[in-house]
Design a protein around this ligand. Sequence first.
Ligand code: SAM
Length: 218
Amino acid sequence: MEYERERKKLVNALREYNISERTLNAIKKVPRHLFVPSVQIANAYVDHPLPIGYAQTISAPHMVAMMCDLLDLQEGQKILEVGAGSGYNAAVMSEIIGTKGRIYSIERLEKLSVFAQENVKKAGYSNVEIINADGSLGYPEHAPYDRICVTASAPCTPQPLVEQLKPEGTMILPEGKRYQRLYIIKKDIEGNITKEDRGGVIFVPLVGDHGFNMFCGN
Ligand code: SAM
């Protein structure tokens, strides 16, 4: 398989982040070179974010892997991703949840949603659906979701996403403008929410009705 050696090297480099074997196996399988623009193919297996056009990036593999582990993804789950970008994160999640699971990945930029759609198709992930819309509003059509993965930084937690999370569900969300923190948000069986800070991160802004166009009151 093409670029297998590069993928193995990347997986070895990710071991220093204490990533689970399950997630490392997924990273080992996903052909990241199919998710970057052709001028970036030589850098596809470097552990860095890379430009994908339109001032957006494909996240660094260690960040994708850490988010997958924090989400504690399980086979057969229904997942909402906000910020499809290249489609790579969705492909890694697809490897973990298997063919019985389903991923709805929203991208607000039309050209990137076409890019992501083409990439997941090329790489053969048929349980990933890319939707061109404002993901800060979630995707009520298929709610509620077992897991929600937000890959752009919000000014505050978008309420529609909290509402679309299943009881006993988990959401991961970067928040903040210049100083961003990654939060893990859990809903218990009675609908109570807990929010835990998992450290500093750098993401592009979440733009939209519940993104950086809105006033959060804090
Ligand atoms: N997950 C992506 C990947 O694997 O390539 C990386 C995502 S990139 C860091 C963040 C993406 O979020 C960008 O493509 C950006 O256009 C998108 N975005 C920002 N605000 C959004 C919104 N309200 N709804 C959907 N997508 C949004």
